[in-house]
Every structure is written in structure tokens, then in C-alpha cells.
Design a binder for this molecule. Structure first.
Ligand SMILES: CC(=O)SCCNC(=O)CCNC(=O)[C@H](O)C(C)(C)COP(=O)(O)OP(=O)(O)OC[C@H]1O[C@@H](n2cnc3c(N)ncnc32)[C@H](O)[C@@H]1OP(=O)(O)O
Ligand SMILES: O=C([O-])CC(=O)C(=O)O
Ligand SMILES: [Mg+2]
Length: 298
């Protein structure tokens, strides 16, 4: 697929909840994020970072596992990094990222920790969540500030708060920010992950939101609850009709190559180079997720 990993559902688990930390791997999320930031109250910050470091060290997880630290400018950010890096998380998620300098600083701290603990240089990745207009303006600079950067995310709850508005069902208020983040991530060549959807009982609106972010170009979504994981996967799984069409496009392309014909048509419709790229992507994605679904299923 030309990508290292699927990141359709990245599930947060609160860093102060031992049972959730222990069981977070059993639900089939592509990635897990242990949270030390907003899911953890101030009096619990110190205990949570040690709990997370211990979970990373002692439990085996079937997917990549990262830690959302407190922002590096808070009283907890550096301690979070120092403590959890010793247990070698797969990645660090910086919340409320705003500048390339923050990314460079964290990159340096990770490099020092890799050397100190004997981990391979560059083996711990990074991502940041954009949660303010300033972060959005600097998204491309942040995404390219370190070779460790694997993804940009949007933190919609904080983003709408910084806009002095609220989250609506259709997400009109986030539409421009979401699109701009996709542009920045695609230009930088990193993954792009949508925000959490907090009402875990409202599956219908959740599915609509996942359809929207998939259409906008996101690679996946941050989720807060195991029951959201499969809903994301269903939306992201190519349908039987999409696969069939992709196969037809590629067959028509191969046939045109054999005939040395410049123009390719399928059922009277011209097939051009971007359509071939998209057809190849559909088939590679279906192979990577190992599944397809009936068009009518959602
Ligand atoms: C805006 C932001 O910053 S969001 C990021 C920070 N927020 C978070 O990390 C919150 C993560 N989510 C949660 O803590 C929980 O899902 C809640 C509090 C929202 C709901 O919790 P519950 O009411 O227990 O959910 P639910 O009944 O669906 O749980 C079913 C099972 O899944 C477990 N579970 C639920 N959410 C999670 C999770 N995020 N990670 C791991 N396990 C979980 C529960 O412990 C429960 O396990 P059990 O059956 O063994 O008892
Ligand atoms: O980053 C996320 O998806 C969750 C978050 O902090 C927010 O929405 O503010
Ligand atoms: Mg936030």
C-alpha cells in the first residue's frame, strides 16, 4: 500500500485506569493511546505516568501503543516524557501542538532517551494534535519538523472551544480545519487522524462523521470507546462494488496497454491516470484490511 501501518482507529485509554490499560489491546484497535493529558486530573498526573510506564513495560499489546503526554510547556510534560520513554512506547502524541520548535524540542528529548536506554535511534515516533488556529497554521511545519513525525491529528473538542463555538452534529464548524489539516498532512507525507466523537451511544451520528472524514481524506479517527472501533472499520472497508469497479478499471488499462492504445474507456467513460492510481489504492487497501463489505451494509 506504500504505507507502513493502518491507523483507522486510534483508541484512547485513560492513563489512570489500570483495568483499561491492561485490556486496551483486546478490542482490535489499530493503535492505542494511553492518555496522561485531559483524561487525568491534576492530583493523579504523577501516579498515572508511572502506571502507564509500568503497563508499557509489563504488558504485551497486539498493536502500536503511544502515550499522549501533557504539553511540554506544562508542569508535567517533561516528567511524562522522561518517565514513559524508559518503557519505549511506539510513539508520543503531543496534544495542542502549535509550533515546529515544540516538535524539535520533543524530538531532542526522545533522541537523548533512546541513547540513554540503548534503544535504536529514531525507533520512537511522534505525532501531534492540532487543537487551535495557530496549530493549524503551523501544521505543515510541525509535520516536517522531525523525521519521527508519523501523523497529524485534529483535536476537535479543544479546536471548537478555541473558535468560541461548539461541536454540531454535521460538523460544519470543523469542515475547513479538517480539510486544511488533510492538505498539510498530504503535503508533508504523514498520516492524518480525525478527532474523537464523545457521545458513545450515538452510533448513527458517529457513522455519518466517519463517512465524512473518510471522504475528506483522513486515514482514520481517534476513538474513546471499544464499540467505536468496528464502526470505523466498517466505513473504511472497501465495498464489493468499489472492488469490482477497481478491477474493471485495471483490466481495461492492461488491455489498452496490450493494444498500445493511448485512450482507455470503460462502459463509455474515459479512464485516465488518476483513476488508475485510485483503483490500485482500493485493491491495495482491501488487501491490507483483508476484507470487503456489501455496498448496502451501511
Ligand atoms: C477530548 C479528549 O481529550 S478524549 C481523550 C481522553 N479521554 C479518554 O481517554 C476516555 C476514554 N474512554 C473511556 O474512559 C470510556 O470509554 C468512557 C468513560 C467514555 C465510557 O466508559 P464505560 O461506560 O465503562 O464504557 P463501556 O460500558 O462501553 O465499556 C465496556 C468495556 O470496555 C472497557 N473500555 C471502555 N472504554 C475503554 C477504553 N477507552 N480503553 C480501554 N477499555 C475501555 C470498559 O472498561 C468495559 O470493560 P469491562 O466490560 O471489562 O468492564
Ligand atoms: O485529540 C483528540 O482527538 C481529542 C482531544 O483532545 C480534543 O478533541 O480536544
Ligand atoms: Mg484536546
Amino acid at each position: 500500500m506504500g504505507k507502513e501501518k493502518l491507523r483507522r482507529a486510534m483508541m484512547f485509554a485513560p492513563g489512570n485506569n489500570p483495568a483499561m490499560l491492561q485490556n486496551a489491546g483486546i478490542y482490535g484497535a489499530d493503535s492505542i493511546i494511553f492518555d496522561l493529558e485531559d483524561a487525568v486530573s491534576i492530583p493523579e498526573k504523577d501516579a498515572a505516568r508511572h502506571l502507564v510506564a509500568s503497563a508499557l513495560k509489563h504488558f504485551k499489546y497486539p498493536c502500536e501503543v503511544g502515550v499522549r503526554i501533557n504539553h511540554i510547556s506544562t508542569p508535567w510534560g517533561r516528567d511524562d516524557l522522561e518517565c514513559v520513554l524508559a518503557s519505549k512506547p511506539d510513539f508520543i502524541r503531543l496534544p495542542k501542538g502549535e509550533t515546529a520548535d515544540e516538535i524539535k524540542l520533543i524530538d531532542e528529548i526522545i533522541s537523548e532517551a533512546e541513547e540513554k536506554h540503548g534503544f535504536a535511534a529514531g525507533s520512537i515516533q511522534m505525532m501531534t494534535a492540532v487543537e487551535s488556529p495557530k496549530g493549524l497554521r503551523n501544521a505543515y511545519e510541525m509535520a516536517t519538523a522531525s523525521p519521527r513525525m508519523m501523523a497529524l491529528a485534529i483535536g476537535g473538542e479543544d479546536f471548537v472551544t478555541s473558535l468560541k463555538t461548539t461541536k454540531t452534529k454535521g460538523g460544519r464548524e470543523l469542515f475547513t480545519a479538517r480539510s486544511m489539516l488533510v492538505f498539510a498532512a498530504r503535503e508533508a507525507g504523514v498520516d492524518v487522524i480525525d478527532s474523537v466523537f464523545s457521545d458513545i451511544r450515538d452510533e448513527e451520528t458517529f457513522i455519518e462523521e466517519v463517512k465524512l472524514i473518510k471522504e475528506l481524506g483522513f486515514d482514520g479517527k481517534s476513538v474513546v470507546n471499544p464499540r467505536q472501533i468496528n464502526l470505523v472499520y466498517q466505513v473504511y472497508t472497501p465495498t464489493d462494488k468499489e472492488i469490482e469497479y477497481a478491477q474493471k478499471v485495471l483490466a481495461a488499462y492492461r488491455e489498452a496497454l496490450e493494444r498500445k492504445s493511448g485512450v482507455i474507456s470503460l462502459n463509455g467513460k474515459m479512464i485516465d491516470a488518476p483513476m488508475i492510481t485510485r483503483a490500485e489504492r482500493v485493491l491495495a487497501y482491501a488487501a491490507a484490511v483483508g476484507a470487503y463489505r456489501k455496498e448496502e451494509a451501511l
